[in-house]
Design a binder for this molecule. Sequence first.
Ligand code: TMP
Length: 211
Amino acid sequence: MNRLRCFITVEGIEGAGKTSCLERIEERIRSRGLPLLVTREPGGTPLGEDLRALLLGHLHAGMAQDTELLLMFAARAEHLAAQIEPALASGAWVLCDRFTDATYAYQGFGRGIDLARIAALEDWVQGARRPNLTLLLDLPVELGLQRAGKRSTPDRFERETLAFFERVRDGYLDLAASMPERYRVIDASQPLANVLQQVSAQIDSFLDVYA
Ligand code: TMP
């Protein structure tokens, strides 16, 4: 197994069907008998989950943009140290529901924080660690928000405007275009069965090469 090729992330705006896709990816990886850590951001550790509650909850709804950015990276530093790096070092695969590309998309493109600042934090917190494969579940914002709205009460991000999510979506597409070797873009506007079929095809072809 190529140990450098086993950190997989899934990204997309709200309502893209991330949860079902993550379950499918997990199932495909486990079907090959590979050890796997499934985790998420912000979160993935007890401290990270507490930070997640602060970031997604409404108690500190008006937090400064830089506070939000730094809390994302604080949670990430803990996640890398306590979970991701030990798992990769042990030879396990890691499947993460969002990672630093979400920071570029939401805090960078969405909020307007200078991408160079995010890149500096990325280098500091992660060193050379980057995902080896990122699946971007892409769909029109209105459709995503419509789907997401059918679930529970909106969190702090889900309360954002349509224009914010348009910037996030465009940001993700920019990232995908600038890193075609790492990104696979999935058309998530289709019915779930078709989306899952695309996800399986992408993950299986990756596993054929690297597992
Ligand atoms: P989710 O896990 O339900 O997708 O919710 C996480 C929310 O946090 C989502 O709205 C995206 C947001 N987020 C950021 O803004 N920046 C980040 O770096 C990460 C990991 C998530």
